[in-house]
Design a protein around this ligand. Structure first.
Ligand code: MIC
Ligand code: SF4
Length: 644
């Protein structure tokens, strides 16, 4: 039987497990990336494993999230990451270099390679034909140490693209259309492969916009073939040697299929507060706009920025709109400056921000109260912008620029056409802000810089066979990691300080929860609905509940990365066998879990409700994961294995 693209890469990197549905496969990882908001923790974890140098082909530490530096915390974390990266063999992309996914695509990602990153949008590199997967920081630490990275063997979904995009319809509209059809849980357990004649009409950065937002579908990863466009992109980056062709076998078998006619697409928008609440932009024409933000790892390529500049040329942004522009990398910014597009952007009255995540993660530029913000980003979860009642719409750069000019949501097709962007034959390559690590010989004498913001990691308690504890929080469906552990300018600087972070756990859902949990010294449970933990890869959404004494999270279903992070932290993830049983539990109930230790292997645990009724819970773990829980988390498990 022929293989899909992902199956080929998995087969070439398989170190454990069998490639069959329901199994867990362990992969050799060629490349890793971290960003600063998850990286500090990942490097602390690497250090705790006691391995002196990374064993990957390439590992890069980017500084792109915490660049506000209001107070010493961010700068201390940067200094820690820089010093440890140098010592252990990791490249360090300094602040200002750009957003990790954009820079990695430009400078390092390569077809056929495996990449894991401590950020959920790592599949951006699928646009160049890499098998790129987002994970928790501890998984990245283990992979840096040469350990395998495990995923449930994914299903294959093929999306066939036909035709070509009309003017003013972009790659963002393709992925918004996929989200409209499949919803935020439509990709769970799947790798999405793009195929068909429409693929050749898309450049690598356009493909990367699409694979980036596969994260919003809950997909394990998304991948495009590696073809002549891929070769041209790599050549223009001075990296033609990294090219390798990648295509599925003609008789590859897919579990699911979908076809999208690019020519039939129109500009789309994801409405507040979910990336799958997608409607045509023309239906939103009356909506007044307060802010437009162009950038993020989804839409900050040179092509995106130049198209925007052409739309803004000679015009003025509507006085009621604040338009911000964050180029994805210094390469993009330098080229905008060289070709004059930057002048068009600035002359329009736009506000130029740093090449970083910025507003996407609430690091500044929070909208006004109840304000409408159009963003070319990938997530519009409630409150993520930093303004609890802001209304965030996700759109293409073309829609954002058109709306910034008119002051209300605007279908760009109502504006004059601009000259289409041509990919350059050569990008402005200059890696002088990506520091190389020390050699092995040099590294021995190097000291690691550690500021006062860096606090010890919480440790899991051994699990007893039964637990009688209160349900201190009961939440509904699609709870995001932004709900569990919010980000934003106020909280993000404390990513290496779990005790401080803990006071903000579930802040937007139930601000009293941390105090209740702290007042229950024996511990407690959280109960939730479908797709619990969707969104970010932040392991803080597991480490903080661990610190607060949560012993098990009992839900209808989990998002993949969050479930893995719970296991890695040593926290028990349980799912209702019959989802309707969730209605038998109320917040405040004291319930009992029975037969936990046997359940780790049998896959079933019994829950007794307050009234004594038995409810069956699934404990869906591989034998490796069961061992991790028994060991009290992945760190202990890895140490125990190393000690033999
Ligand atoms: C995000 O977009 O939510 C983030 C911030 O990039 C996260 C990582 C984090 O929480 O640090 C992600 O997507 O994984
Ligand atoms: Fe940064 Fe936003 Fe991309 Fe996350 S989604 S990596 S915060 S730009």
């Amino acid at each position: 039987m022929g293989q899909t693209m992902a199956q080929k890469i998995i087969a070439a990197h398989l170190v454990d497990g069998e490639m069959k549905p329901g199994a867990e496969v362990g992969l050799r990882i060629d490349q890793t990336l971290t960003q600063d908001a998850t990286g500090t923790m990942a490097y602390l974890e690497f250090e705790a494993m006691g391995i002196p140098r990374v064993k990957t082909e390439l590992s890069v530490a980017y500084i792109d999230h915490n660049t506000l530096q209001s107070g010493f915390m961010n700068a201390d974390d940067h200094a820690f990451i820089r010093s440890i990266a140098k010592k252990i063999g990791v490249r360090y992309a300094r602040p200002g270099c750009g957003i990790c996914h954009q820079v990695h695509l430009e400078r390092f990602a390569a077809p056929g390679k495996t990449l894991i990153g401590s950020d959920s949008h790592t599949p951006t590199a699928g646009g160049i034909g890499a098998l790129a997967i987002g994970s928790g920081g501890l998984d990245v630490a283990v992979a840096m140490g040469g350990g395998a990275y495990y995923i449930p063997y994914p299903k294959a979904l093929r999306i066939t693209l036909t035709g070509s995009l009309p003017a003013y319809v972009g790659a963002k509209d393709i992925i918004l259309e996929v989200l409209r059809r499949l919803t935020v849980k439509g990709g769970v357990g799947k790798i999405i492969e793009y195929a068909g004649p429409g693929v050749a009409t898309l450049t690598v950065p356009q493909r990367a916009t699409i694979t980036n937002m596969g994260a919003e579908l809950g997909a394990t990863s998304s991948i495009f073939p590696s073809d002549e466009n891929t070769r041209a992109f790599l050549k223009a980056q001075g990296r033609e040697a990294d090219f390798a062709p990648l295509a599925p076998d003609p008789d590859a078998v897919y579990d699911e299929e979908l076809t999208i006619d690019l020519a039939a697409l129109e500009p789309l928008a994801a409405c507040p507060h979910s990336p799958d609440a997608v409607v045509p932009v023309r239906e939103l024409a009356d909506v007044k706009v307060d802010q437009c933000c162009i950038g993020s790892c989804t839409n900050s390529s040179l092509a995106d920025m130049v198209t925007v500049a052409r739309m803004l040329r000679g015009k003025t942004v509507d006085p009621s709109v604040s338009l911000t522009i964050s180029p994805g990398s210094r390469q993009v910014l330098e080229m905008l400056s060289e070709n004059g597009a930057l002048t068009d952007i600035l002359a329009s009255g736009a506000r130029l921000l740093e090449c970083a995540c910025g507003p996407c993660i609430g690091m500044g530029q929070s909208p006004s109260s109840g304000g409408v913000s159009l963003r070319t980003f990938n997530r519009n979860f409630e409150g993520r912008s930093g303004t609890a009642d802001a209304k965030v719409y996700l759109v293409s750069p073309e829609v954002a620029a058109a709306s910034a000019l008119t002051g209300h949501i605007t279908d760009p097709r109502s504006l004059p056409a601009v000259e289409p962007f041509e990919m350059p034959a050569a990008f402005a390559v200059n890696d002088n802000n990506i520091d190389l690590p020390a050699t092995e010989a040099e590294s021995a004498g190097l000291k690691i810089t550690r500021g006062p913001n860096i606090k010890p990691l919480p440790q899991a308690q051994p699990l007893p066979d039964s637990l009688t504890l209160p349900v201190l929080l009961r939440v509904g469906d699609n709870i995001t990691t932004d709900h569990i552990m919010p980000a934003g300018a106020k909280i993000l600087p404390y990513r290496s300080n779990i005790p401080h972070l803990s006071q903000y756990c579930f802040e937007g859902v139930d601000p009293e929860f941390p105090a209740r949990a702290k007042a229950a010294p024996e511990g407690c449970f959280i109960v939730g609905g479908i797709n619990y933990g969707q969104g970010s890869s932040r392991e803080h959404a597991a480490l903080v509940p661990l610190y607060l004494g949560i012993r098990a999270v009992i839900v209808q279903s989990f998002a993949r990365i969050h479930k893995a992070n719970l296991v890695n932290a040593g926290l028990l993830p349980l799912e209702f066998e019959n989802p309707a049983d969730m209605d038998k539990l109320n917040q405040g109930d004291t319930i009992t879990l029975e037969g936990i230790l046997a359940g780790l292997d049998s896959g079933r645990v019994t829950l007794r409700t307050v009234g004594g009724e038995a409810v069956t819970l699934k404990c869906d773990l591989s034998s490796r994961q069961a061992d991790i829980i028994r060991a009290g988390g992945l760190l202990n498990y890895t140490r125990e294995k190393a000690e033999g």
